[in-house]
Design a protein around this ligand. Sequence first.
Ligand SMILES: Cc1cc2nc3c(=O)[nH]c(=O)nc-3n(C[C@H](O)[C@H](O)[C@H](O)COP(=O)(O)OP(=O)(O)OC[C@H]3O[C@@H](n4cnc5c(N)ncnc54)[C@H](O)[C@@H]3O)c2cc1C
Length: 381
Amino acid sequence: MKKIAIIGAGISGLFIANLFKGNKDYQVTIYEKKTSLEIGEGYGIQLSVNSVKLLNKLGFSSLSDKEKFNPKKIDFYQIKNSKKICDLNISEFNSDDCKYTTLKRSKLLQFLINRLDKNTIQFNCSLDNIEYSNDLINLTFDKEKITCDHLVISDGVFSKGKSLISNNNSEPIYNNTIAVRASVSKESLDNINEENVSLFLGSDFHYVLYPLNNDKNFNFIGILKNKLNSDQQKNHNLCNESTFIEIIKQKLSEKISSKVFQSLEDIKLFPVFVSKNPFIPPKNIYLVGDAFFAFSPSFAQGASQSIEGANQLHEVIINQKNDFYNSRLERVKMINRRSDFNQFAFHLSNPIMIFFRNIFLKLLTKNKKFLQSYLGKIYKD
Ligand SMILES: Cc1cc2nc3c(=O)[nH]c(=O)nc-3n(C[C@H](O)[C@H](O)[C@H](O)COP(=O)(O)OP(=O)(O)OC[C@H]3O[C@@H](n4cnc5c(N)ncnc54)[C@H](O)[C@@H]3O)c2cc1C
């Protein structure tokens, strides 16, 4: 029996552990640095059909409508005048049992955890060191040492596992944006279609509102351009500091209507760090999810790609193949280009450029050929 060690119980680590469940040829353990999983929080996540299809293999379609939502369209608005620009029918990519889905991140984590045996996840295990020879990998967590045949590193964007094997040569870079997450009750929202994802475009800022379940609790996620100096970038506690929170809240209040601003509850800030260069690890060590490549959140593909990557890695390990990175890299680069382009187009400030962007948006969101190539390649392939 081969031993697989997974570092980090995020979406990618939990998903791949689920795929190995019941396979008698492998013994899988997830090592998670936290003392428990924070599944109480109510923030949302969007899953496109490419990842919903893979989650359905684990029974995701049986989650009730109370726990998830299937938006039909993305409505584009301009923040300045609250006018709708156009809409995009994302349900065109749906099939009967596989639909674009929004839900609380905690529901997704809970779903993935519930299917695992209790002792699959070892908490309080922060990875300290990795040593590897031809066939065996030795890991150190505090004072405990373990050995495994395959190591899956899925410890997120600031991956310690990746730093250890790359000698700190593949660190993420700050994307000059802060992500602002909050909850909003539907009573505080006017003039949006509650069945859809609403995407508001502004100068150096955009925000997205979407329902999390049929009770129509909404998730707010805003992406705000904001430079940080190098000390601030290194400070992992920055977004918990009250002075910094107040500065960002002030900036945010200047970008959105006072009604929307006042309706935001449980605001949380995340500086957005993205990958620059992918790193290819040595034999039998694999990177998945944000540890492999972190995108800017403007295409909402991070979690979906974490699931896709984990699925592909599972196939590679059980079929003893060697071709994980070539196809993964191609896909990741394509999505990264689109995420960056989205952010650029969503944040335009120049009125002439905005005028032309809106014309293109109106045309392209109704152009089937374009949609098949821009979204279909990601959602369906
Ligand atoms: C604001 C925001 C909004 C987003 N919205 C969406 C969305 O709508 N749709 C979408 O698809 N994606 C979205 N994403 C991206 C998505 O959340 C991530 O891509 C995804 O969660 C990555 O999963 P992961 O498993 O790779 O890493 P993570 O979820 O970060 O999990 C990593 C785990 O590893 C653990 N860990 C870290 N270090 C160690 C260590 N040294 N030892 C042991 N364990 C360790 C951590 O505690 C954590 O549990 C968003 C991201 C942000 C920032």
